[in-house]
Design a protein around this ligand. Structure first.
Ligand code: CA2
Length: 143
């Protein structure tokens, strides 16, 4: 099984500021968690982070025919990007949306998720463990 883990803008800054919202773990910690989870399930996981919407769209398009599942935290693009939603729809790969924070109890502009309109599951407010849960869900359902 091959999964693609995608992270949007500023996720690479985790642990640097706003620990009350995003915790104290860093982006390097997230990459380790993803690697460890891949080993645990004996699957291949590629991860990609970008601050640029079009790069994320390109990566989703390139996943067509190559990956069995996508875990995506589009970060701020969650709340704005119809382009990411359309790319997910275009490739038709099963996807799970992850948010480190509980967006439901934050500002009203974080209540809309375009990617979430496609994703079959959304995990929010679980910290970095949300990524492990999303990977586990896809493995259990599609491996
Ligand atoms: O909770 C999440 O995972 C988010 O997707 C994180 C995004 C935010 O725009 C979404 O509404 C919810 C922000 C990514 C990280 O932003 C940082 C801000 C300050 C310090 C470090 C990271």
């Amino acid at each position: 099984m091959k999964l693609l883990v995608l992270n949007g803008p500023n996720i690479n800054m985790l642990g640097i500021r706003e620990p009350g919202i995003y915790g104290t773990q860093t982006f390097a910690d997230l990459l380790s968690l993803i690697e460890d989870t891949a080993k645990e399930y004996c699957i291949h996981i590629e991860q990609y982070q970008s601050n640029h919407e079009g790069d994320l769209v390109d990566k989703i398009q390139a996943a067509y025919g190559k990956f069995n599942g996508i875990v995506i935290n589009p970060a701020a693009y969650t709340h704005t990007s119809v382009a990411i939603l359309d790319a997910l729809k275009a490739v038709g790969i099963p996807a799970v949306e992850v948010h480190i924070s509980n967006v439901d109890v934050r500002e009203s502009f974080r209540q809309i998720s375009y990617a979430g309109l496609y994703c079959e599951k959304t995990i929010k407010g679980q910290g970095l463990d949300g990524y492990r849960q999303a990977i586990a869900y896809l493995v259990e359902k599609y491996a």
